[in-house]
Design a protein around this ligand. Sequence first.
Ligand SMILES: Cc1ncc(COP(=O)(O)O)c(C=O)c1O
Length: 403
Amino acid sequence: MSKTIQRSWFDQYMVPCFSPAPFIPVRAEGSRVWDQDGKGYIDFAGGIAVNVLGHANNELKEALSAQMENLWHIGNGYTNEPVLKLAQALVESTFADKVFFCNSGAEANEAALKIARKYALDKYGSHKNEIISFENSFHGRTLFTVTVGGQPKYSQDFAPLPQQITHLPYNDIETIKAHISEKTCAVIVEPIIGEGGIILADQAFLEALRELCDQHQALLIFDEIQTGIGRTGYLYAYEETGVEPDILTSAKGLGGGFPIGAMLVKQHIAEVFQPGSHGTTFGGNPLAAAVAHKVLSIVNQREFLAGVQARHHEFIRQMSTLNQRYPLFSEIRGKGLLLGAELEKKYQGKAKTLTNIAAEEGLIALIAGPDVLRFAPALNIEQQDINEGFARLENAFKRFVQE
Ligand SMILES: Cc1ncc(COP(=O)(O)O)c(C=O)c1O
């Protein structure tokens, strides 16, 4: 079959800030993807923790088509029915009293950081402006969010950077206790560090953050862009910890593949944003909101979330069995369907090589840094696809150890 559209066009026409795989996916259904040549792949990546209901989900297609017939976009001079329904559903399902919608995770964090600064300014004065975040964290690619993120490689080339941002070691209670002060306006934390290597927060660490923020009148922001929307077996990961944030950011899975982000806040914080304080053209778009409302109504069900936990055990079981046959990993960790496997010392730095081989064998997987293989599949992935995916992974492991 002659292909009119080639992978080489990426290099010819696109800004080279990504390095996509040599094949081009053209069609997908559930947890299966096909490329231009008709080759099939099992999807253990879920569009990087986005496609929570798999690809081309019928209920999402219906929600989108129905909205498409009525209203695509209207702008923020008007509100619309889907966004109101979605806001109500998020408020009724969480700690939050109010929601702000945008289009991505970075924008949700940008809104969270801006509202935290404004809240501190309005309530306490301009001296209270420090933001504390954690080493290895990832919060997005805007200038503010790369600076807040704890990976200097993403911010160092873009100076001058926003100021009064401190990075502290994750899970280190003593260090933050010694550092936090009346100048701190917010602490932002991922309940599981995602991009930075699937590192779980200790329960005691999150509890300490809540206590320290309360003591110092600082806001606690949970970045649940990767951990939210059922990913850990809870609608949001904070529910399991019992630690309630003041602000929570959500994106990725919220739209199940349709771009949308949200910042969830308590009432007293929401009040500091008034008409004109912040905004976006597309945030709260009716198409995105209609899809997200359907996602939420499916995911936020006890049986659905129990299914995520069951699949977690199945993934851990199959991964552990495989690791006994091919001892590539020193640790397998994660919650729900956000899983990481850390390469043994002698294979470190080779996670990308492993996912490249896996793709050749027909399995799409992710990395989380150079040493960690990551899975973030659809939350409704079928047993048959899990089995087939692990069979292909075994082929990849076999080749990886030989090569
Ligand atoms: C925890 C976390 N925060 C923020 C972001 C940024 O989201 P987006 O790429 O939608 O801007 C990501 C994306 O990987 C993420 O994992």
